[in-house]
Design a protein around this ligand. Structure first.
Ligand SMILES: [Zn+2]
Length: 196
């Protein structure tokens, strides 16, 4: 099942999400549907708040980046099989130099901006079988995780921009909340007039 994706301006995107346990109702079905929703929108990551659920769950499949010719062979190889479910994640450490990369977000269509993030992270999380892992990621893999992790902390990539950039995109963001944007997937707009 494909869920509508919650657009910028919805309070659920600003909330710190809550941990879940093994008994969470229909968890494997939810995870499957989140992947389906993400693929349908051509995204590489999707966090539960983006479908309106304030829980600490996100899914990633960074395969599309493995075709990016600007990346090193090694990084492309790593991203090829990078399909994962992160439950109750905590980033334990973020280190190494910050680098910029142009990010977008399924909840904020048509806006892409450079975001600075640390190169390396150490993260603890549970997988879809509730097995605990602590792992270290770098480069683009780390970045995709950091972006999705921000979602469960109630942070959007636009929050990380300079105040000048924020001013420049303010009108565009307001329009997204109202549904005045073209996305090729179904969305739920917080301020849309009825009937849209
Ligand atoms: Zn996002």
């Amino acid at each position: 099942m494909i869920f509508p994706i919650v657009a910028y301006g919805d309070p659920v995107l600003k909330k710190k999400a809550k941990d879940i346990d093994k008994e969470y109702p229909k968890l494997s079905e939810l995870i499957e549907n989140m992947f389906e929703t993400m693929y349908n929108a051509h995204g590489v990551g999707l966090a539960a708040p983006q479908i309106g659920l304030p829980i600490r769950l996100f899914v990633i499949d960074a395969e599309p980046f493995s075709e990016d010719e600007e990346l090193s062979e090694e990084e492309r190889e790593q991203l090829k099989d990078f399909k994962k479910v992160f439950i109750n994640a905590t980033i334990l450490e973020e280190k190494d130099e910050e680098w910029a990369f142009t990010e977008g977000c399924l909840s904020i269509p048509d806006i892409r901006e450079d975001v600075f993030r640390n190169e390396t992270i150490k993260i603890k999380y549970f997988d879809e079988n509730f097995v605990e892992h602590t792992e270290i990621y770098g480069g683009l893999a780390a970045r995709v995780i950091q972006h999705e992790y921000d979602h469960i902390e109630g942070i959007l990539f636009t929050d990380k921009l300079s105040s000048l950039k924020k001013r420049l995109i303010k009108g565009k963001l307001a329009n997204i909340s109202k549904g005045k944007v073209n996305a090729d997937y179904r969305m739920r707009f917080p301020l849309a007039k009825k009937g849209r």
